[in-house]
Design a protein around this ligand. Structure first.
Ligand code: ADP
Ligand code: ASP
Ligand code: MG
Length: 597
């Protein structure tokens, strides 16, 4: 018999009527012949209220107690939902995370799922019951209640679907699908019919709050088709599966993380091991660093900038203070009034010029870009918080995200919303699972080496709106296709901008850079005629805070200095000296052997 997992978010169970409406959907699915598992969130804004309550009592509440508290929200909902099903004359059983056997690690407030026991669930389903599982929670080895991080009920739902080999995971929410960006911020946003796991993973991790990003890691790893749809209608929504909606549009969506903070370590000795020391301190506190930009050193000194969620800033600064002392950096500064705007799309990997268009249009609006980080399917820029929504609207418009791809309808897109068939089996799930210790473990799919590129760096460029646009306009006019771009704000309003390009274009690139340097009245551009770019790709590259640490430690142990860094959910790219590429790849392969596919 087919199994369907249906998840209802907070708004969808906000009052008794909504709970009954959700219950009816589950009963209907059961009548259609499916075994049904419901996953429910806390009612309405209950989790927020509990967080507020805790903060009234303690500024920084102990994480274990926080989880004990927050898990109660979901416990209320599951009990009421079971009553609702019973009132409709059907059998139901509510279960907490612990009762299901969702085992997690002990990282309170951000726990990761290790395993799920399905015996009890299956037995209840076989008895004809609708199983109602509390979202967002689990239990650790010591029987402590844990939670998976805000928004984590999505992850419970997809993880249960994976563990049960369910045919479909339906995410019922207050929007009728995944949009090209948050429709509350950009009214022109368009609902997409279908989106690939990779794009959704990246979008979720750069701010598209409609799905918890870790839920998409599960979906991708275990090949679970996910249907995001409205709780308040029966219309089809968006299918998240292996294939993208359109192959000819370079960008599929845009997103915003409003509350970010930037931290920069200044005057850092530019030698192997320094980045590793900084990142290991931050990772040890379970803080995920986001945009990481390391500037190529000038006079033997470098700057390392990165962003974190603003809420993580106090913890991060403690780590940074220690790191500053440890590596002998001159100091650090931070800006907690910044936001990150990103565009995502699989098509970017093959269509050049996306970054340039984004920089151009932001320049035209007078929006200053504080930091840039690009990866294969994503471009992120950091801007002042006041300019963030304007920046999001602007990029949404320039990439015409409101325009649907030609001839797309649910049918034309081949979207069959019932069953795994809709999601081409690209993963060998059984093999992956057999090798994983825990369901949410990191998986590295490959370590690629590209030795065909050169690097150019502009240092001490006056940081003002239009800088990046100007540089890349010139570069593009010279017929140069750039690959990786990183920019960071430096001291006293000066920025450093590095990019890589094919080696044969270096001379042209340098001539253009020299002209720009003259114009900006800044230092002579530096370059490296042969760099090696290493791309470590996998699932959960950024949400596993230890990956960057391991990577940098490994290179440091080999005495290899890192020139440029960029991160995404799917990939961490590092650029090192061209002569050290092979050595770096071998070392990384050894270092990650235990988690390589
Ligand atoms: P739930 O409580 O059901 O989990 P959430 O509030 O977590 O719901 O997620 C739904 C919200 O996500 C929407 O109301 C919308 O404002 C926001 N959102 C952000 N980005 C997107 C996007 N790209 N598509 C759809 N909704 C988005
Ligand atoms: N109730 C939790 C939260 O508000 C989990 C969820 O809704 O997904 O974060
Ligand atoms: Mg949510």
């Amino acid at each position: 018999m087919s199994i369907i997992v249906q998840k209802f978010g907070g708004t969808s169970v906000a009052d008794s009527e909504k709970i009954l409406a959700a219950a009816r959907k589950a009963v209907r699915a059961q009548k259609e012949g499916h075994q049904v598992v419901m996953v429910v969130s806390a009612m309405g804004k209950n989790t927020d209220l509990l967080v507020d309550l805790a903060r009234q009592i303690h500024q920084d509440p102990p994480a274990r107690e926080m989880d004990m508290l927050l898990s109660t929200g979901e416990q209320v909902s599951v009990a009421l939902m079971a009553m609702a099903i019973d009132s409709l004359g059907h059998q139901a059983i509510s279960l907490t995370g612990a009762q299901i056997g969702i085992k997690t690690d002990s990282t309170f407030t951000k726990a990761r799922i290790r395993s799920i026991t399905t015996d009890r669930l299956r037995q209840a389903l076989d008895e004809g019951k609708i199983v109602i599982a509390a979202g967002f929670q689990g239990i650790d080895e010591g029987f402590n209640i844990t939670t998976l991080g805000r928004g984590g009920s999505d992850t419970t739902a997809v993880a249960l679907a994976a563990a049960l080999h369910a045919d479909l995971c339906e995410i019922f929410t207050d929007v009728d699908g995944v949009y090209t960006t948050d429709p509350r911020l950009v009214p022109d946003a368009r609902r997409v019919l279908r989106i690939s796991y990779d794009e959704m993973l990246e979008l979720a991790s750069v701010g598209a709050g409609v799905m918890h990003n870790r839920s998409i890691e599960f979906a991708k790893k275990f090949n679970v088709p996910v249907h995001v749809r409205s709780s308040f209608s029966d219309n089809p929504g968006t299918l998240i599966c292996a294939q993208p909606e359109s192959s000819d549009q370079p960008v599929c969506g845009a997103a915003l993380v409003r509350n970010e903070a930037r931290v920069t370590l200044l005057g850092v000795p530019d030698r192997p091991g320094v980045a590793a020391a900084v990142f290991s301190r931050v990772a040890a506190r379970n803080v995920a660093m986001d945009m990481i930009v390391q500037n190529v050193g000038e006079n033997g000194l470098a700057e390392i900038s990165f962003t974190v969620f603003r809420d993580d800033l106090p913890t991060t600064l403690k780590a940074v203070e220690e790191a500053t002392r440890e590596v002998g950096a001159a100091g650090y500064n931070y800006d907690d009034n910044v936001s990150k705007v990103s565009v995502v799309g699989l098509g970017m990997a093959t269509q050049p010029g996306v970054a340039q268009r984004m920089f151009q249009v932001l320049a035209e609006k007078g929006i200053n870009i504080l930091m840039i980080s690009t990866s294969e399917i994503k471009i992120s820029v950091l801007v002042d918080r006041d300019a963030a929504v304007d920046a999001l609207r602007t990029v949404h418009e320039v990439f015409q995200l409101e325009v649907p791809p030609a001839c797309e309808s649910l049918e034309a897109a081949g979207v069959i919303l019932a069953g795994r068939a809709a999601s081409a089996a690209v993963n060998n799930t059984a093999e992956i699972v057999a090798r994983m210790q825990g369901m949410e473990d990191l998986i590295i799919e490959g370590i690629a080496l590209d030795e065909s590129q050169a690097r150019v760096t502009l240092v001490g460029v006056p940081d003002r709106p239009g800088l990046a646009a100007h540089v890349f306009e010139q570069v593009a006019a010279g017929g140069i296709v750039v690959d990786m771009i990183v920019q960071s704000v430096g001291r006293e309003g000066h920025a450093t901008l590095s990019f890589t390009m094919p080696q044969p274009d270096l001379e042209k690139g340098l001539t253009i850079a020299a002209g720009l340097a003259k114009r900006f009245n800044c230092g002579k551009p530096t370059s490296c005629p042969r760099v090696a770019k290493l791309a470590v790709s996998g699932t959960g590259m950024r949400s596993h805070t230890g990956v960057a640490r391991r990577l940098f430690q490994c290179l440091a142990d080999e005495g290899i200095n890192v020139d440029m860094i960029s991160t995404s959910e799917m990939q961490i790219n590092v650029v090192v000296d061209g002569g050290q590429g092979q050595q770096a790849r071998e070392a990384l392969r050894r270092k990650f052997a235990d988690v390589m596919l």
